[in-house]
Design a protein around this ligand. Structure first.
Ligand code: AMP
Ligand code: ZN
Length: 498
C-alpha cells in the first residue's frame, strides 16, 4: 500500500489527495525545454521540483512512468502564436541550422539537468519525431468540428467548448479575456481571439527550415499539439499528473486540455502540478534576455550543482524564489557543514570507516555496508522515515524534509543509524552527502588528530576512573578547542567534528 499523498492541483485549486487511475502506478507528463538557447537556472528549478515530486511519489510506494518532450519546432516567441519562431531565431543568432541548434541545446540542457541530481524521464521525445501523430490529431479535430482551416492555417475553435479557461476562477477568466483581447499582434484569420494554431501553412517565416507535407499544405505544427500527442503516444488516453512551470498554465496547458479532451471525448489528466518561478533581483529570469545564468555557469564559478539543488529544496515549489549569489554562498556553507557532519559519522563507525577507507572510489560499496549495518536502530530509522514521508507527501514540503535531515544528524542515536537515515532521505533529496563525504579529501581526518583524539579519550577514561573529574572535563574542553565533540553513549564514547 502506498503512503497517502497530497499536493496542490491547479485544476481544482485545492490541495487534493492523489488517487491515480491505476493503484500504485503514476503516469506523468512533463513539458520539456524549448531548445533554442541554454536552460537558465530558473528552468532547472522547475525540473528539480518535478524530480522531487517523482522521487517523493516513489518514496511513498508509487511506480512512476514519466514522459517529456523536447520542443524543437513550432514555439513562437509569444506563447499565443505570435512573434518569431524561437528555433529559427536561435539558428539566425548563431548562424547554424535549426537542427544543429536543437542538438546543441538539447545536450546542454541534459548536462545541467543531470548535474543537479535529476533522474531522466523514462521517455524523452523531440517534437519533430512525431509529425504523423500531430497530423492525425488535427484531422480528427477537424472531423469532429473542433477545428477549422482559415487563411491557410488550421485553428482550434475555442467557442466549441463550454469552459475553455479550465484553470481559472471567474475573476481570472475576465482578466484573461481582456489580456487576450488586448494582444498586440492580431491574426485576422482567427474566429475567436482565444483560438490557437494547430498547424501552420501560411507561415510568416518564408525561411522556416522545418516543414512537412500535410493535408493542408506544407507547413509545421503549432506548439501546443506536441504535448498532447507525445503524452498520448506513450501514456495512453488517461494520465495522472501533468507538470510545468506556472507560465505554462495559460495558454499552453489550457490549450493542451482543449485539444486533448475534444479529441478523446473524455477527461484526460486528473492532476496538474505547477511550480513557481525563480526570479533574480531584476525580476523574472528569461532565456530571451541577454546572458543566461545556467547551472554550467555556476559550476564554472566554482559552485557544486547540488548546492543549487539544496538551495531550491529549501523553499516551497509554489512560492516564487529569489536567487542571489549571497544566498547561494550561504547555501554552500550549509552544504559543506552537512558533508563534514556526514564525514564525522563515517569516521565514528568502525566498520563503515573501514569500508570507506577501502573503497574510496566505490560509493556503492560503502552504501551497501551502511545499509546492512547490524548497528542500525530500526525503530529510530522507521520513525524518521515516516516523518519524512509525511513531509514530502504533504504538498511536497521539501523544506520540512531538509529540516528532518538536520534533526537526524542531531538525534540521540548511533552513527550507523544516522547514516542509514541520511541515505534513505537521499532517495528524494539527491544531495549525495555521503558520496561527497567519501570524495572530500580535505575532509580526511588528519591521522595526527585522530591519534590525538584516541589518546585523549583514553586519558579521559582513566581520569574518570580515578574520579578526577576536573582533568576529565579539561580533556573534553581541550578536544572541543580542536573542533572535536565527545559524547558518552551506551555504546561507549563517540566523537564528532563540530
Ligand atoms: P521553456 O524551455 O521556456 O519552454 O521552459 C522550460 C520550463 O521552465 C517550463 O516548464 C517553464 O514553465 C519553466 N520556466 C520558465 N521560466 C522559468 C523561471 N523563471 N523559473 C522557473 N521555471 C521557469
Ligand atoms: Zn507542454
Amino acid at each position: 500500500m502506498a503512503h497517502k499523498f497530497s499536493f496542490y492541483n491547479t485544476l481544482s485549486r485545492t490541495i487534493e489527495e492523489f488517487i491515480p487511475n491505476e493503484e500504485g502506478k503514476v503516469s506523468m507528463y512533463t513539458c520539456g525545454p524549448t531548445v533554442y538557447h541554454f536552460a537558465h537556472i530558473g528552468n532547472i528549478r522547475t525540473y528539480i521540483m518535478q524530480d522531487a515530486l517523482i522521487k517523493a511519489l516513489e518514496y511513498c510506494g508509487y511506480d512512476v512512468k514519466r514522459v517529456m518532450n523536447i520542443t524543437d519546432v513550432g514555439h513562437l516567441s509569444s506563447d499565443a502564436d505570435t512573434g518569431e519562431d524561437k528555433m529559427l531565431a536561435g539558428a539566425k543568432r548563431e548562424h547554424k541550422t535549426v537542427m544543429e541548434i536543437a542538438d546543441f541545446y538539447t545536450k546542454a540542457f541534459f548536462k545541467d539537468f543531470d548535474a543537479v541530481g535529476n533522474k531522466r524521464p523514462e521517455v524523452i521525445e523531440p517534437a519533430t519525431n512525431c509529425i504523423p501523430e500531430f497530423i492525425h490529431m488535427v484531422e480528427v479535430l477537424l472531423e469532429k468540428g473542433y477545428a477549422y482551416v482559415a487563411g491557410g492555417n488550421v485553428y482550434f475553435d475555442t467557442s466549441k467548448l463550454q469552459d475553455y479557461y479550465v484553470f481559472s476562477s471567474a475573476i481570472e477568466k475576465e482578466q484573461l479575456a481582456v489580456g487576450v483581447r488586448d494582444d498586440v499582434e492580431e491574426d485576422t484569420a482567427k474566429k475567436n481571439k482565444t483560438d490557437f494554431v494547430l498547424w501552420f501553412t501560411k507561415s510568416k517565416f518564408e525561411d522556416q527550415a522545418l516543414k512537412w507535407d500535410s493535408p493542408w499544405g506544407v507547413g509545421y505544427p503549432g506548439w501546443h499539439i506536441e504535448c498532447s500527442c507525445i503524452s498520448m503516444k506513450h501514456l495512453g488516453e488517461y494520465i495522472d499528473i501533468h507538470c510545468g512551470g506556472v507560465d505554462n498554465i495559460f495558454p499552453h496547458h489550457t490549450n493542451e486540455i482543449a485539444q486533448s479532451e475534444s479529441y478523446l471525448g473524455h477527461r484526460w489528466c486528473k492532476y496538474w502540478f505547477h511550480s513557481n518561478h525563480l526570479n533574480d533581483r531584476a525580476g523574472k529570469m528569461s532565456k530571451s534576455k541577454g546572458a543566461v545564468l545556467t547551472v554550467s555557469v555556476l559550476q564554472e564559478k566554482g559552485y557544486d550543482p547540488l548546492v543549487y539543488r539544496f538551495f531550491c529544496l529549501q523553499s516551497h515549489y509554489r512560492k516564487p524564489l529569489e536567487f542571489s549569489f549571497e544566498v547561494l554562498d550561504n547555501t554552500v556553507t550549509a552544504y559543506n557543514n552537512l558533508v563534514k557532519k556526514v564525514e564525522a559519522l563515517i569516521a565514528a563507525d568502525e566498520k563503515i570507516k573501514a569500508a570507506a577507507d577501502q573503497n574510496k572510489e566505490d560509493i556503492a560499496a560503502v552504501l551497501e555496508v551502511i545499509r546492512n549495518s547490524q548497528d542500525i536502530d530500526e525503530n529510530v530509522k522507521k520513525e524518521f522515515e515516516e516523518k519524512f514521508a509525511d513531509a514530502i507527501s504533504n504538498d511536497l514540503n521539501t523544506s520540512m524534509a531538509v529540516t528532518l535531515l538536520y534533526d537526524i544528524l542531531k538525534a540521540d542515536t548511533n552513527a550507523a543509524t544516522k547514516l542509514a537515515v541520511v541515505d534513505s532521505f537521499d532517495k528524494v533529496l539527491s544531495l549525495d552527502l555521503i558520496g561527497h563525504a567519501l570524495a572530500d579529501d580535505s575532509a580526511d581526518i588528519d591521522p595526527e588528530l585522530e591519534a590525538f583524539i584516541k589518546d585523549a579519550i583514553e586519558r579521559r577514561a582513566a581520569a574518570k576512573k580515578a574520579k578526577d573529574f576536573t582533568t576529565a572535563d579539561a580533556i573534553r574542553d581541550e578536544l572541543l578547542a580542536k573542533g572535536v565533540e565527545i559524547k558518552d553513549t551506551r555504546e561507549g564514547v563517540k566523537w564528532s567534528l563540530v
